[in-house]
Design a protein around this ligand. Sequence first.
Ligand SMILES: C[S@@+](CC[C@H](N)C(=O)[O-])C[C@H]1O[C@@H](n2cnc3c(N)ncnc32)[C@H](O)[C@@H]1O
Length: 258
Amino acid sequence: MTQNNFDWFMDQFYRLTGVDLREYKRQQMERRLTSLRDRRGFSTFEEYIHAVSRDSDLLAELVDRMTINVSEFFRNEVRWETLVQRVLPKIYSGSSLKIWSAACSTGQEPYTILMALSSKVALPSISLLATDIDDRALSIATAGEYQAELVKGIPPEILSKFFKKTDSGQFRVETNLRERITFRKHNLLSDTYPSELDLIVCRNVLIYFTDEAKAQIYQKFARSLRKGGVLFLGSTEQIFHPEEIGLRQIEPFFYQKG
Ligand SMILES: C[S@@+](CC[C@H](N)C(=O)[O-])C[C@H]1O[C@@H](n2cnc3c(N)ncnc32)[C@H](O)[C@@H]1O
């Protein structure tokens, strides 16, 4: 495949979905999408994109493949302890909390936010927006039903408090958690960001973007926080010069707006 071939594909993909693949690290993306194309039996991106533009299942599969939806409840557990014990007292004064889980995938992250904070904050005082670019991931998140294998990381007392086992052996998130979350489709690269947030949780997605795209997203996050609000990143992500965008590192992976 020539370089131009994938460039042409990226233009067509943008036309179809509004997602600019040029903002993602190229090598990784090209490898993932070429292997999916091959698996579907197309030898060129031209043939593949023609088929995709006529078949919504193929398109959904392609979007699903370009987004990497791996997630877990209480991912990097120690960070959640830091959030509750050390960061929360800096952002919560007893009234309300406005939170955004950006790139929430299949929902484990926003549900974890609520479960983690529930020991210190009354759930009705939290409003939580959870967004992702991937419709399939969002529909799983909204349904809030998970296989037993996926809830293993949840401490037993929290599991029994916030989940109900269904007849088919799945674990369903209780309504009092689900009703606190607004799930919405949102593209971090092109959509408008919410404002006056106390906390933004955006973990394990910026690693897929180019450095330029990442820098822009950090800047927009900084603007979205209220003064004193905090940005919580994934355990392989960091901002090298946070002061340039008005943030200050207060714990590893936590940045507060000054
Ligand atoms: C690896 S998951 C991370 C899930 C969760 N934040 C966590 O840490 O467990 C990455 C998510 O980023 C989403 N994503 C990728 N590109 C995006 C974009 N441009 N805007 C919003 N979400 C995006 C994917 O759909 C995927 O669900």
